[in-house]
Design a protein around this ligand. Sequence first.
Ligand code: COA
Length: 179
Amino acid sequence: MLPDGYVLHPLSADDSSALALAAARNREHLRPWEPSRPESFYTDAGQREVIAGRLRQVELGLYDCWLLWHGTEVVGSANLQNIVRGAMLGADVGYWVDHAHLRRGLAVALLEHLVQRGRELGLHRLGGSTMVANVPSQGVLRGCGFEEVGRIPAFLYLDGGWRDSLLFNLVLHDGPPRG
Ligand SMILES: CC(C)(COP(=O)(O)OP(=O)(O)OC[C@H]1O[C@@H](n2cnc3c(N)ncnc32)[C@H](O)[C@@H]1OP(=O)(O)O)[C@@H](O)C(=O)NCCC(=O)NCCS
C-alpha cells in the first residue's frame, strides 16, 4: 500500500513536462542502472516522443506503465514490459523511485501494484532482473516474494557496458492460459 501523499496514475500523453523534470532530477541516481540516454530524454519534447512510443505499446497490449506522483512531481514509475501471451504468458517488471523519496517502502508498493496488474491481465509469471551490484533492487524483489533463479552473463547493455544480471521469478498462477 502507498504511504499518504502518494498516488499512482497510468502514463498519459500529458505527463511529458513532469517526466522531463523527474528525469533531470534523477539523472545521476538512475545512470548506473539504465541504458545511456540522449540529451533529448531530459526535455519536454523528448519525453513527448518517449511517451508516444510507450502509449503505442500499451495499445498493442505489450506494455503497462504507471507513474507515481507526489503533488505535482513524478517521483517514480512502475511498468510491466515485454508482455507476452501464448505459452509463456509473462512479463518483466521495471521500476524506479526518486532519490529524495527512498526507503519509504515506495518501491515495494510499486512492485505490489505490478503483481496485482499481472494478475488482472491473467499473466502466469513475472520476471525481474537486476545488475549484480543493485542490492537495493534485489531487496525490493525479495520483499515482494520473487525468487532468485540464476545469473546471466552480459545480459543487458546498461550505463555503457554489457552487465551480468541476477534473474528473479514470481509465479502468479498455475492454471492454463485464458482464452
Ligand atoms: C531500487 C529502488 C527502486 C528502491 O526504492 P525504495 O523505494 O527506496 O525501496 P523500498 O523503500 O521499497 O525498500 C524495500 C527494500 O529494498 C531494500 N533496499 C532498498 N534500498 C536499499 C539500500 N539502499 N540498501 C540496501 N537495501 C535496500 C531493503 O530490503 C528494503 O527493505 P527495508 O527498508 O525494510 O530494509 C531505488 O533505490 C531506485 O530507484 N534505484 C535506482 C533505479 C533501480 O535500480 N531500479 C530497478 C532496476 S532493476
